[in-house]
Design a protein around this ligand. Structure first.
Ligand code: HEC
Length: 141
């Protein structure tokens, strides 16, 4: 029994360490998954694979990988339109801004979720990062 208990403790510790190493904590990932499923997945699909030539993929997206996180925050908060190439495929659509009912914490969580899913980079975005991008873009839209 004691052995099982210490095995359990070690496993828990390992799991905790690996999520710290990966950068995103479970609460953030759960919150992000909720926002993703409730909003983003309509277009980018459940596993971030995108849809035909209309919605670009988020899974293993080279665009996502090559842009600074500030740019990604900007896209989610303010939307994006015009030609874009993702993984060698051209898109030219419109992504609307996320409804303002979503809090900065939701925005941070959903982007962190995307970054930490489907073999993406593992970057973490905080609500503070979101606030900074919003403040720097004020009046410049
Ligand atoms: C109504 C459909 C729709 C929804 C909902 C939507 N997007 Fe998009 N998204 C698009 C389209 C269309 C583009 C490409 C825009 C263009 O062609 O300029 C895009 C582009 C992107 C890109 C840059 C390109 C890439 O694939 O790496 C990211 C990152 C992104 N979206 C993330 C998100 C996240 C995160 C959410 C949820 C918070 C979301 N999108 C919700 C339609 C949508």
């Amino acid at each position: 029994m004691k052995a099982i208990r210490s095995l359990y403790a070690v496993t828990t510790l390992l799991l905790a360490t690996s999520s710290i190493l990966a950068g995103a904590d479970n609460a953030t990932m759960e919150r992000g998954a909720k926002v993703y499923k409730g909003y983003c997945s309509t277009c980018h699909q459940a596993n971030g694979q995108g849809l035909s030539t209309i919605y670009p993929p988020l899974a293993k997206s080279d665009w996502l990988k090559n842009q600074p996180k500030e740019k990604v925050i900007e896209v989610v908060v303010f939307g994006m339109k015009g030609p874009i190439t993702v993984n060698g495929k051209k898109y030219n659509g419109v992504m609307n801004p996320l409804p303002t009912t979503y809090k900065d914490e939701d925005i941070a969580a959903v982007i962190t979720y995307v970054y930490n899913s489907w073999s993406n980079s593992g970057t973490v975005v905080t609500a503070d990062d979101v606030r900074k991008v919003k403040a720097s873009k004020k009046g410049k839209k």
